[in-house]
Design a protein around this ligand. Structure first.
Ligand code: BES
Ligand code: MN
Ligand code: ZN
Length: 497
C-alpha cells in the first residue's frame, strides 16, 4: 500500500525550505514564473540551461529531471503544452506524468509548484485533486504475498504550492480529497490483486466488517448461505455449489444523509475466482480470473472514500461473493434454478456466472427502496472487444442516470461509454425450459448480459458498469482501481460536495 502524506504549502516557503525535488510545470511560449526562475537561479540555472539545450520543454507530458544543489536536490520540469489547449485530458496527462516520475525516482519529499497551472480557482482546485490522487495511486505497490517484500516507491511527502489564486483551505481540501480517492482506489487494487486462495468470499466479508469497525457511519451485515437460501437466492447460490468456499452476501450501509433519504445502492460482482465451472475455461490465462471480483473491490474502495469524505448521502454497498468451481456438486449446463425474484433461469453456460449472482443481489436491494442502483461487474470478455481497455461499458434503464454516470466518468478521467439494451437483444434470452436462459446466441455478449440483469432491475433506476476491460489490465500490470474515481464523482455530485 502507499502512505504518502499530502500538504498544501506556501510559495514563499519554497525559497527557504529543503526538498528532494521541485516540480515545475512549463507552458508553451511562456516565460518562467517568478517562482520557477527563482528555483532555477538557486540551482545554478539548471532549468534555464536544460530548456536552452532542449532537454526540458513545454511539450505536453514531457518530463525532464535535473540535478539541483544541496537545498533543492533535483528539479523536474513537466511540459503542459499550449495553455489554450490545457483541457481536462491535458491536465490528467500532466498529473499522471508527474506521479509516474515521482514514483519512479528515489525521492522522499516532493514539492510541486502548481500556481502556474491556472488562474482559475476552480480549475486549480481540480488539478490539485487529480495530482494528489495520481501521486497516491502511483505510489501503491503490492507486497501482500511476497516472502521477501520488494521495496516500492520511496515518496513519503507531497507538498503542493497553489499560490494566491486558491485559498489555503480549499487547496488543502482538494489535496485531501484526491488523497482519499487515491487511497480508495488503492484499497480496491489490493483486494483485486490478491490471489484467489487468499481473497475468498469469507475474506471479503472480513474486509466489509473491518470497514464497519473503522467508520461509525458504516454498518455491515453479512448474509451466509443459510440466510440466502431462506431468501430464495437459488441463482446466486447455484454459482458456489461446486466450491468448498461458502458464498456471502455482504451488505455495507453508509449513513451520511438524512435517515429518511433513499439510498444509492452499489452492487458488486464478487467472484473471487472464476474457473468457468463445469463450462471450464481453457488453462491459458485462467490465473487472471482472480480479478473477477473487481466490481466488488470497487464497492469497498468507494465505501471507504465516501465515509472518509463524509458525503451527505446514504449509500448501500452490496457485494455478491462466490467462487465458481467445477465439482461433483457443481451446477451443470441445462440445470434450471429459481432466483429470489421467482423467475427461473436455465443455466446453459456455467461460465456466465456473474449475472447469476448479481440478479439475486439486484432483487435483494429492492427492500431499500433505492434512489438509484449501479452494479459494477467484470461481466463479459466481449466488452473488451467493444471498448478495449479504455472505457467501461455503461448500460442503463434510465437516461438521466446514464448521463450522470457518463459525465462523472469524463470529469474524473475514468471514462464509461453507453451501449444499448432493448427488446431486440433481450429476446436472445428466451428459453424453452425456464423464464430465461443465462446466455444469448453469441453475438453482442455484453449487451445480452446487461439485458439479463435489466430483467431484475425493473423496479428502480438502474445502471450497469461492465468493467472487465478497465478494472485490471494484465497479470503484470495488475488492478487499476477503476471505476472508483467515476463512482466517487457520481456520489459527490449527488451530495453536492
Ligand atoms: N469473468 C468473465 C468475464 C471476463 C472475461 C472478464 C475475460 C475479464 C476477462 C465472465 O464470468 C465470463 O466468463 N463471461 C463469459 C460469458 C459467456 C460464457 C457468455 C465470456 O465473456 O466469455
Ligand atoms: Mn465466467
Ligand atoms: Zn466471471
Amino acid at each position: 500500500m502507499s502512505n504518502v502524506s499530502v500538504h498544501a504549502s506556501k510559495l514563499s516557503s519554497i525559497a527557504t525550505s529543503k526538498t528532494d525535488i521541485i516540480v515545475i510545470p512549463l507552458f508553451a511560449g511562456e516565460d518562467l514564473s517568478a517562482t520557477a526562475s527563482a528555483v532555477s537561479k538557486a540551482t545554478g540555472d539548471v532549468l534555464q540551461r536544460a530548456m536552452d539545450i532542449g532537454d526540458a520543454s513545454a511539450k505536453l507530458g514531457k518530463v525532464a529531471s535535473m540535478i539541483g544543489d544541496t537545498r533543492i536536490a533535483r528539479v523536474l520540469a513537466i511540459g503542459c503544452g499550449e495553455r489554450s489547449a490545457f483541457d481536462l485530458d491535458a491536465q490528467l496527462t500532466v498529473t499522471g506524468a508527474i506521479a509516474k516520475a515521482l514514483a519512479g525516482s528515489n525521492v522522499k519529499a516532493a514539492t510541486v509548484i502548481a500556481e502556474v497551472v491556472s488562474d482559475d480557482a476552480d480549475q486549480l482546485e481540480r488539478f490539485l485533486e487529480f495530482l494528489s490522487r495520481d501521486v497516491v495511486m502511483s505510489c501503491y505497490h503490492y507486497t501482500a504475498t511476497l516472502g521477501t517484500p520488494k521495496s516500492g516507491p520511496s515518496l513519503k511527502k507531497l507538498s503542493v504550492a497553489a499560490g494566491d489564486m486558491l485559498p489555503m483551505t480549499r487547496a488543502k481540501k482538494a489535496l485531501t480529497t484526491g488523497q482519499s480517492i487515491g487511497n480508495g482506489a488503492n484499497l480496491t487494487r489490493e483486494l483485486v490483486n490478491l490471489p484467489g486462495n487468499v481473497c475468498t468470499p469469507s475474506y471479503l466479508a472480513k474486509e466489509g466488517r473491518a470497514l464497519g469497525r473503522r467508520f461509525d457511519t458504516i454498518s455491515v451485515n453479512v448474509l451466509d448461505e443459510k440466510k440466502m437460501a431462506d431468501l430464495g437466492m437459488g441463482s446466486l447460490l447455484s454459482v458456489g455449489h461446486g466450491s468448498d468456499e461458502p458464498s456471502k452476501l455482504i451488505v455495507m450501509k453508509y449513513a451520511g444523509g438524512p435517515a429518511k433519504q433513499a439510498p444509492y445502492c452499489l452492487v458488486g460482482k464478487g467472484i473471487t475466482f472464476d474457473t468457468g465451472g463445469i463450462s471450464l475455461k481453457p488453462p491459458k490465462g485462467m490465473e487472471s480470473m482472480k480479478f473477477d471480483m473487481g466490481g466488488a473491490g470497487s464497492v469497498f474502495g468507494v465505501m471507504q472514500v465516501v465515509a472518509e469524505l463524509g458525503l451527505n448521502v446514504n449509500v448501500i454497498g452490496v457485494v455478491a461473493a462466490a467462487e465458481n468451481m467445477p465439482s461433483g456438486r457443481a451446477t451443470k449446463p441445462g440445470d434450471v434454478v429459481t432466483s429470489m425474484s421467482g423467475k427461473t433461469i436455465e443455466i446453459l453456460n456455467t461460465d456466465a456466472e456473474g449475472r447469476l449472482v448479481l440478479c439475486d443481489a439486484l432483487t435483494y436491494v429492492e427492500r431499500f427502496k433505492p434512489k438509484e442502483v449501479v452494479d459494477i461487474a467484470t461481466l463479459t470478455g466481449a466488452i473488451i472487444m467493444s471498448l478495449g481497455y479504455e472505457a467501461s461499458g455503461l448500460f442503463a434503464n434510465d437516461d438521466g442516470l446514464a448521463e450522470a454516470l457518463g459525465n462523472a466518468g469524463t470529469a474524473s478521467g475514468d471514462e464509461a461509454w453507453r451501449l444499448p439494451i432493448n427488446k431486440r437483444y433481450d429476446r436472445q434470452l428466451n428459453s424453452k425450459y425456464a423464464d430465461m436462459q443465462n446466455i444469448g446466441t453469441g453475438t453482442a455478449g455484453s449487451i445480452t448480459a446487461a439485458c439479463f440483469l435489466a430483467r431484475f432491475a425493473e423496479k428502480y433506476k438502474w445502471a450497469h458498469l461492465d468493467v472487465a476491460g478497465t478494472a485490471f489490465q494484465s497479470m503484470q500490470k495488475g488492478a487499476t482501481g477503476r471505476p472508483v474515481p467515476l463512482l466517487v464523482e457520481y456520489l459527490r455530485q449527488k451530495s453536492g460536495r
